[in-house]
Design a protein. Structure first.
Lengths: 359, 360
C-alpha cells in the first residue's frame, strides 16, 4: 500500500519565473485554486482505494505585513495548506504565487526542488509541539544555526554571533546556546522554534498551532512576542489555529476552512461581529466565554455531529450535513466563495437571507 | 445570571468528599517533590468543582491521590480525604481514603464504583486491542452483580446515554476507528456505567476541537443532572471554568491559592495569582495587550521561600512575602485565600499597598 500525492508534470515553460497577475500590489503570497489529494492505491493494478481531498480549490491572498488567521476543526486541511505553501507537500493542482523581494512574481508550485531554497528561507514554519519539533541531540546553537549553515553561512563564528542575536531577540539568554532542549520549559522551547524560524530573516512565518500546547500564562508571553516581532521586522504571519481567541487577538484577517475549502474570508472584526457562514457561527458559539454571567445567556448553536470523512465528502455544500439552515439547493450545488457582504467572502447559498449570531 | 451555589450555602449533608491538608510527595533521587503540599477543599453532591492552575501545580497529583493512584516513588504522606459513602451497604459511612490500602478491597470497591475518572487523552486510557463494548462491560462486571446479558444491555444503554449514535453497532468497534470526541464519549460511558457519586475529569476536553469541546461540556452538564453526580473538573482553560463550575480551587505549587465560587472568581478575584491568570487570557472583542505572569513556575526542587508566588507577584511586599508563608484564611462568603494582603494579620501598609494596586 502506498500513499502518494499525484505529482503535477511541469513543462519547461511553466518553470520559468512568470509575471502572473496577483490580486493586489500589497499581496505577498497568493494561493489560487490549490488542490491537494492524497491517493491511496492498493494491489497489483494499483487501483485507487481512497482519495482524501485535503484541499479543494483553495484561493486566498496574504498581504505583506498582515497576520492572517486560518481556523477550522481538526482535519479541515489547514495544516496541509501550510505545508503545501512551503512545498513540504507537492500540491495536486493550482498555483502558489509569491512576490519576491525584487518584485517579480513566481509560481512556487511549479518551481523545481533545487530552485526552492531561497523561497524556503523566506517562508518559514513553526510547529505546534515544542517537545517533538526540536532534536534532543542538538544544542540550541546547532538547532538555530542549521538553517544558517544550509544557506551558506559556513563560518562558525558568524553563526554563533547570529544565534546569540536571535536568542536575545526571542527573550532567551545567549549563554543558553550550548545547552540541549531538555533543559528548557515548553514556553522556552517554543521561543527556540521561533528563533530558528527567524534565523534567515524570513518575510513570512507560518505558525502551525504554535501556542496551542502552552499554558495560559506562557501562551500570553508567546503571543506578545509574536506581536512584537511583527512590529519590529514587518513580518507576515499565517496563524494556523483552532483557537479563535488567538485569532481575535493577533490577526487582522481570518479564513475559515471546512473539509478542505475556505468557507469564509474577511477582516477578523467583520467575521466575529457579522458571520456570513453557518459554520463560522457554530465555531464562534463554541468558544467558552470567560465570564460565568454569560452562561445560558443565549442558546448555544452547535454544529450537529462531526465533520465527515474527507475521502467521502457530501455532495453539494460540504457543511450541509451539519447545517441548521440547510435547504434543497445546499444538497446538490457547491456554493462558490463569493462576496456576500462588503469586503467579506463566504461560500453559502443563503448568506444574504440568514441573520447569524455574532460572538 | 445563573444563581451560583456556594460552599457556605450548601448543607453539611450535601458533603461528598472533604480533602483536608492532603500531602502527596514524590521521593526522587534528587530530592523530595512536594507535588501536593497541604490541600484543603470540599466537594458537594451534584456540584462541579473546577481545579485550575498552570502545568506542574499539583492538579493531577491531587486527583490521583483521591483515587489512590499515585505512582511510585510518590506517596500520600499526610492529610485526610473523608468520603461520605452513598452506595450499597456502606451508605452513610464516612471513610478516610488516605488511610486505605491502594490495592485493598475497600479501595477497589470505591474506585470505579463511587469515584470514577476520565483522562485527557482517551487513547491512552482506552485499550486499542479490546472493543468498545468489552471496555464498558468490564467496568460494569467489576462492580455490579448482573448476569452477562444484563451487562451487555447496560453497556448499550450507557453508550446511548453518552449520545453515541447507533450504540449496538459501536459495541464491536475498536477505539482507533473512532474520532477524538467519540473516544472521549466511550471513556465517559465506562466511567459512568456504575453511576458514581463523583466523577474526576482530568482535562477531558483539552485535546479536542472547540466544537467537540462544546458538545462534550453539554454532555457533562446533562449527565450530571440525570445522575446527580458531583464532578471534579481539572482544567487550565478559564473559559471552561466559566461555563461549568460551581466552585473553583486555584492551585499554585501544590497548595491552594484561592477557593471561591465561580462568579467571584471572575468578578472579584482576590489572590494576585488568580488576577494574573485572568489577565493572561485574550478576551473576545478586547484588544488590550495581554499581561502574562512574569517568568515560569519554579522548579519543584527550588520552592521559593515565604509565599511560593512572591517572585512573580505584582503585589509583592518586600520583607514580608519572601519570609512569611501565608496560611489559607477564611475571608467570608465561603471563600478562602492564601495571601498576606488579606485577613486580620495583614498590616496597615499591606492593605494600603493593595488599595493602591486596586486603583491602578
Amino acid at each position: 500500500m502506498h500513499n502518494k500525492p499525484i505529482v503535477p508534470t511541469a513543462t519547461a515553460e511553466q518553470e520559468r519565473s512568470l509575471s502572473v497577475p496577483m490580486s493586489g500590489d500589497d499581496v505577498l503570497l497568493e494561493v489560487k485554486d490549490l488542490s491537494m489529494h492524497f491517493v491511496t492505491r492498493k494491489g497489483l493494478r494499483a487501483h485507487v482505494v481512497s482519495n482524501v481531498r485535503a484541499l479543494e480549490n483553495v484561493t486566498l491572498a496574504i498581504r505583506e505585513g498582515e497576520a492572517l488567521g486560518l481556523v477550522g476543526e481538526t482535519g479541515c486541511g489547514k495544516t496541509t495548506l501550510g505545508r503545501c505553501i512551503v512545498r513540504a507537500y507537492e500540491p495536486t493542482a493550482g498555483q502558489i504565487l509569491y512576490r519576491q523581494r525584487d518584485g517579480a512574481v513566481v509560481d512556487v508550485a511549479q518551481l523545481r526542488k533545487k530552485k526552492l531554497k531561497p523561497y524556503q528561507g523566506e517562508v518559514r514554519l513553526v510547529f505546534q509541539d515544542p517537545y517533538s519539533s526540536l532534536n534532543p541531540r542538538m544544542t540550541l546553537l546547532e538547532i538555530i544555526g542549521e538553517p544558517l549553515l544550509m544557506h551558506g553561512m559556513s563560518s562558525r563564528h558568524d553563526r554563533e554571533d547570529k544565534v546569540s542575536e536571535l536568542l536575545s531577540k526571542v527573550g532567551l539568554r545567549p549563554e543558553f546556546m550550548r545547552r540541549y532542549p531538555h533543559a528548557f520549559s515548553g514556553g522556552q522551547r517554543q521561543r527556540v522554534s521561533i528563533a530558528r524560524a527567524l534565523a534567515l530573516d524570513p518575510r513570512m512565518v507560518i505558525a502551525d498551532e504554535a501556542v496551542s500546547a502552552l499554558d495560559v500564562s506562557v501562551r500570553a508571553q508567546i503571543l506578545n512576542l509574536l506581536e512584537d516581532l511583527q512590529a519590529e521586522s514587518q513580518l507576515t504571519y499565517l496563524m494556523i489555529t483552532h483557537d479563535l481567541s488567538v485569532v481575535d487577538y493577533l490577526c487582522q484577517r481570518v479564513a475559515v476552512m471546512y473539509l478542505g475549502r475556505v468557507v469564509e474570508l474577511a477582516d477578523t472584526q467583520q467575521v466575529y461581529n457579522n458571520p456570513q457562514h453557518p459554520y463560522t457561527e457554530a465555531l464562534l458559539s463554541a468558544i467558552p466565554k470567560p465570564d460565568p454571567r454569560l452562561r445560558n445567556s443565549r442558546p448555544r448553536i452547535t454544529a450537529r455531529g462531526e465533520m465527515p470523512d474527507a475521502s467521502n465528502a457530501p455532495s453539494g455544500c460540504p457543511f450541509h450535513t451539519r447545517c441548521a439552515y440547510v435547504k434543497e439547493v445546499c444538497q446538490t450545488e457547491v456554493p462558490p466563495l463569493r462576496e456576500t457582504a462588503r469586503g467579506q467572502w463566504a461560500a453559502c447559498h443563503r448568506a444574504e437571507e440568514l441573520a447569524l449570531t455574532p460572538i | 445570571m445563573q444563581p451560583t451555589r456556594t460552599g457556605s450555602s450548601a448543607h453539611m449533608s450535601d458533603v461528598l468528599l472533604q480533602v483536608q491538608d492532603l500531602q502527596t510527595h514524590f521521593f526522587l533521587r534528587d530530592g523530595v517533590v512536594k507535588a501536593v503540599d497541604g490541600v484543603d477543599f470540599t466537594i458537594h453532591r451534584g456540584q462541579t468543582l473546577c481545579v485550575v492552575g498552570e502545568s506542574g501545580c499539583g492538579k493531577s497529583a491531587t486527583a490521583h491521590s483521591i483515587l489512590q493512584l499515585v505512582d511510585e516513588p510518590g506517596r500520600i504522606v499526610g492529610g485526610q480525604m473523608l468520603l461520605h459513602r452513598s452506595a450499597g451497604q456502606a451508605k452513610g459511612e464516612v471513610v478516610d481514603l488516605a488511610a486505605l490500602k491502594p490495592k485493598g478491597k475497600e479501595m477497589l470497591d470505591i474506585r470505579g464504583r463511587e469515584i470514577a475518572m476520565v483522562f485527557q487523552e482517551p487513547m491512552t486510557s482506552l485499550s486499542p486491542v479490546h472493543t468498545v463494548g468489552d471496555q464498558v462491560k468490564e467496568a460494569i462486571r467489576l462492580h455490579l452483580p448482573l448476569d452477562e446479558k444484563d451487562i451487555h444491555e447496560r453497556a448499550i444503554e450507557m453508550l446511548d446515554r453518552v449520545r453515541i449514535p447507533n450504540p449496538s453497532r459501536h459495541m464491536s468497534s475498536y477505539t482507533f476507528q473512532l474520532s477524538g470526541g467519540m473516544r472521549q464519549r466511550v471513556s465517559l460511558a465506562a466511567a459512568l456505567s456504575c453511576e458514581p457519586a463523583l466523577l474526576i475529569a482530568d482535562e477531558p476536553t483539552t485535546a479536542l476541537d472547540v466544537t467537540t469541546q462544546a458538545q462534550i461540556l453539554d454532555l457533562f452538564a446533562e449527565l450530571q443532572e440525570e445522575l446527580n453526580m458531583a464532578i471534579m473538573f481539572i482544567t487550565h482553560d478559564l473559559g471552561v471554568v466559566a461555563a461549568i463550575a460551581d466552585d473553583v480551587v486555584v492551585m499554585y505549587l501544590g497548595t491552594v491559592a484561592e477557593r471561591t465560587d465561580v462568579d467571584s472568581l471572575f468578578h472579584k478575584p482576590l489572590h494576585p495569582y488568580t488576577k494574573a491568570l485572568l489577565q493572561s487570557v485574550p478576551k473576545p472583542g478586547v484588544k488590550t495587550r495581554l499581561a502574562p505572569i512574569r517568568g515560569g513556575v519554579p522548579s519543584p526542587f527550588e520552592r521559593p521561600s515565604g509565599c511560593a508566588f512572591h517572585p512573580r507577584c505584582d503585589s509583592f511586599l518586600p520583607g514580608k512575602c519572601d519570609l512569611i508563608d501565608p496560611a489559607l484564611i477564611d475571608v467570608g462568603d465561603g471563600r478562602d485565600v492564601r495571601c498576606l494582603l488579606y485577613g486580620e494579620e495583614a498590616s496597615a501598609d499591606a492593605q494600603q499597598a493593595h488599595r493602591a494596586d486596586g486603583d491602578r
